[in-house]
Design a protein around this ligand. Structure first.
Ligand SMILES: NC(=O)c1ccc[n+]([C@@H]2O[C@H](COP(=O)([O-])OP(=O)(O)OC[C@H]3O[C@@H](n4cnc5c(N)ncnc54)[C@H](OP(=O)(O)O)[C@@H]3O)[C@@H](O)[C@H]2O)c1
Length: 314
């Protein structure tokens, strides 16, 4: 996502080099959305896959979100989960990615005007016809998970989960575990906020998501960066970086939880991959919990309008 304009400028050559380096290092899951840069991100991944060694290309799995409607000026104008729209979205995505199937296909946000059974049912038809391998969900709550899983097999839920976004632990995670559904956790670095690289004086462009995020603003930012400083101490003792500690924490939460790390440069990727060498024992996890208790963050994870679109927050 960050390789298409949402966190400010991203360099195309560096983006492709980063995807190649990730595949080379054994990363297999590439997540995108057809609305990230209005097709830009899928075309970027398509180009990276075409120019990657055949073995790496064959190992790569694509996870695609659809449904968000865009406007010419870059705004968002709603969500479309009607079955006919699903079949239309997938045709364009296959073309842009240059693949004959998508490994995991999911609607980004539930369309309030369309029962989830209809949207999931349409993806299930795409599974039957071979254009999609698995059905995923994104940012939905326990009741919707149950309704979707009663319609067709669901492989995973993509949802924000990090040291400072732990809402899924109450009801969503137990439901997923009961139903045998995995998690792809996004925002494990809270969009850079808990990466250890953010500073209060960092300049953010007006079109950067973080310019409007409650957690990155004013007193909330000061409070949240204070939490990062407590993590920095723990990280230093483990000879890890703050970002590595935050990723390792998500990795330690369960085998069925796959962190989606939004690295967009080879440097950041290299740091993120270093998290695989950080093993946190019970004492480490307790120290982290004391430093950053479950509800420690200040500010919602999205602005009010976007929060209202989250089935997972209802
Ligand atoms: N389903 C959904 O609703 C949803 C929502 C959002 C995202 N996602 C998916 O989740 C993916 C990850 O989300 P995200 O990019 O917001 O999460 P993230 O990994 O929490 O944040 C990535 C940002 O953190 C900063 N960063 C600092 N150190 C880093 C390091 N060592 N490795 C990686 N990043 C580092 C980078 O910003 P700088 O480059 O500016 O330093 C980067 O852009 C997205 O690409 C998207 O596919 C899904």
């Amino acid at each position: 996502m960050g390789m298409s304009p949402i966190y400010g400028h991203a360099d195309r050559g560096e983006s492709i080099a980063t995807i190649h380096a990730a595949l080379d290092a054994g990363v297999t899951l590439l997540d995108t959305g057809d609305f990230y840069g209005m097709g830009h991100n899928e075309m970027l991944i398509g180009e990276a896959l075409r120019s990657a060694p055949a073995a790496a290309r064959e190992r790569a799995l694509t996870s695609v979100k659809f449904g968000a409607l865009r406007t010419v000026d870059g705004g968002f104008s709603g969500i479309d989960g009607r079955p006919a729209a699903v079949k239309n979205f997938v045709a364009y995505s296959l073309q842009r990615l240059g693949v004959d199937h998508i490994d995991v296909y999911r609607i980004a946000r539930v369309d309030p005007a369309v029962p989830v059974e209809e949207t999931v049912g349409a993806i299930a038809e795409l599974v039957d016809s071979g254009y999609v391998r698995h059905i995923g969900l994104s940012e939905v709550g326990a009741e919707t998970i149950r309704r979707a899983a009663a319609t067709a097999p669901i492989v995973d839920l993509q949802i924000e989960y990090s040291l400072i976004s732990r809402g899924i632990e109450r009801e969503i995670l137990p439901t997923l575990r009961e139903l045998g559904i995995g998690v792809t956790a996004y925002g494990v670095l809270s969009r850079g906020l808990i990466s250890g690289h953010w500073s209060p004086d960092r300049k953010v462009a007006a079109n950067d998501f973080r310019a409007h995020s409650p957690r990155f603003s004013g007193d909330n930012l000061r409070h949240n960066l204070g939490l990062v400083e407590t993590l920095r101490e723990i990280a230093r003792e483990r000879e890890a970086s703050v970002a590595q500690l935050a990723i390792a924490w998500v990795l330690a939460r369960g085998e069925e939880i796959v962190p989606l790390v939004g690295a967009r440069t080879r440097e950041r990727l290299g740091e993120a991959l270093g998290a695989l060498d950080v093993t946190l024992d019970a004492d480490d996890l307790a120290a982290i919990e004391r430093a950053v208790p479950a509800d420690a963050a200040a500010g919602d994870r999205y602005g009010a309008e976007q929060m209202a679109m989250l089935d997972s927050e209802k």
